[in-house]
Ligand binder design. Structure first.
Ligand code: DLL
Length: 430
């Protein structure tokens, strides 16, 4: 099923809409965001210089650092009274990246999600169980409002409390599961532990997963264990949240809502635009955003773009699975974590040394992160209660900053391995 005929327009028509929307976005950014006006002036560029789609290449790139240095609302193009929603995601250090939405942005967001869930086969007859965490993360609210737009019955379960999730899914007869693929696998495992066969005892028929990468093997496992069609979705808070791209039943890449997002692939080192089909860093210009009109946002996600029409009837470009990132961001069960945030917390705590080690593992299907930190203060080392206080303090600070609970191991000074060259702070064993 196709939600909007826009998804099936001939290529020239899609590009005509993209150019119209791009021009409006550049004008909005230039007029209302000092950061862009200044950048474009420095480059000798005016909004009127954007006359064809390929002129997007004339525009400056935007990075997470730009959002960080304009924290919280410096990149917004509208006054606060126009904002009806805020969300945020992890910044590399210190401040999170804040995003805002106007009423129109919210309408567009719902539309993009309605397309994604329809692509996966969701209809108004479905009951959708949302196991993304509700809060500043865009995942839960994004899917929630788009599913309502389609008319599905939404169960806003949020994350955690896994056994209760299974009971509610079973009792409410959920037919659609929304969440990260790793948590969905954990749900399946827990259902089995509870003596249930997820494919028989639950009524699920579709899963819309995303927020983190997953392998084909994970998809097959999800499809088989729950007896569902499992689709993958891609998105990013800065660009909208979920809603940027998603898979149809052909499973041949994630369709991008191209009337809302102009996608490019660049060489991450030179910044040069690469031809269709080549692998590089995904750069996206959201072209209908009013609150936060970003130009050429560097996602740091590695993928490729494919423009041949899909057998499903859609003509929109498809992006391949994300093959990795160009930076060191870790995704721990859907939560973005930068090693620099961990370092900042540790360096702010008295009695902790400058050497630390982050280890990421998989326990069952869930990601686990542990942090080894050296205690350098001898008075603390000699006192059990001081050690416990320190342990608690680090745990609480990590939770405040990262939104997750890493396992903290306090070790004696000078016991962690020193590197001779670049310190390898992160060991990812997943
Ligand atoms: O994860 C938005 C989202 C929520 C998408 C729910 C889909 C479903 P952020 O928290 O800002 O936004 O994280 C964005 O997550 O740059 C990718 O590195 C990663 N990511 C998101 N979806 C996928 C995916 C949401 N399908 C960052 N495959 C992105 C691989 C993904 N990585």
């Amino acid at each position: 099923m196709i939600w909007s005929l826009t998804e099936t327009l001939p290529r020239e028509e899609i590009e005509r809409i993209q150019l119209k929307n791009l021009k409006k976005t550049v004008k909005r950014a230039y007029k209302n965001v000092p950061h862009y006006r200044q950048k474009m002036k420095q480059m000798g560029l005016k909004p009127e210089d954007i006359n064809e789609l390929s002129d997007v290449r004339l525009l400056p790139f935007t990075t997470k650092d730009d959002l960080r240095s304009n924290y919280p609302f410096g990149m917004f193009a509208v006054p606060p009274e126009k904002i009806v929603r805020y969300h945020a995601s992890s910044g590399t250090t210190g401040n999170p990246t804040v995003v805002g939405y106007t009423k129109k942005d919210m309408e567009n967001w719902k539309e993009c999600i309605a397309r994604l869930v329809t692509m996966a086969g969701v209809t108004k007859r479905d009951t959708a169980h949302i196991s993304f965490g509700y809060g500043l993360f865009t995942g839960a609210f994004g899917l929630h409002q788009g599913l309502e737009r389609v008319g599905a019955g939404v169960v806003p379960m949020s994350s955690g409390n896994t056994r209760k999730q299974i009971k509610i899914m079973k009792d409410f007869g959920a037919t659609v599961l929304i969440g990260t693929p790793s948590y969905a696998l954990h749900l399946a495992e827990t259902a089995e532990e509870m003596g249930l066969d997820p494919a028989v005892d639950l009524k699920l028929r579709v899963g819309c997963f995303g927020g983190e990468g997953s392998t084909e093997a994970m998809r097959e496992k999800l499809a088989e264990t729950f007896g569902i069609f499992a689709s993958e979705n891609y998105g990013m808070s800065e660009l909208m949240g979920p809603g940027v791209a998603g898979e149809c039943t052909q499973l041949s890449g994630m369709h991008i809502s191209e009337d809302h997002f102009l996608a490019e692939i660049i060489d991450p080192v030179t910044g040069e635009v690469l031809p269709a089909g080549e692998t590089g860093e995904l750069v996206i210009t959201p072209i209908t955003k009013h609150a936060l009109p970003l130009l050429r946002y560097r996602t740091k996600d590695i993928t490729s773009l494919h423009y041949e029409p899909c057998a499903c009837g859609r003509t929109t470009a498809r992006m391949a699975k994300i093959g990795g990132r160009t930076d060191d961001m870790l995704i721990i069960s859907g939560v973005n974590v930068f090693p620099s945030q961990i370092e900042e917390v540790l360096y702010g705590i008295e009695g902790i040394g400058s050497n630390y080690q982050i280890t990421v593992t998989k326990q069952g299907f869930l990601d686990k992160i542990s942090i080894d930190a050296e205690v350098v203060d001898h008075e603390i080392i000699d006192s059990l209660s001081a050690l416990e206080d320190l342990h608690r303090q680090i745990g609480e600070s990590m939770h405040t900053v990262l939104g997750i609970h890493p396992k903290i191991n306090l070790v004696e000074a000078k016991t962690l391995k020193r590197s001779e060259g670049k310190a390898q702070r992160v060991i990812d064993l997943r």
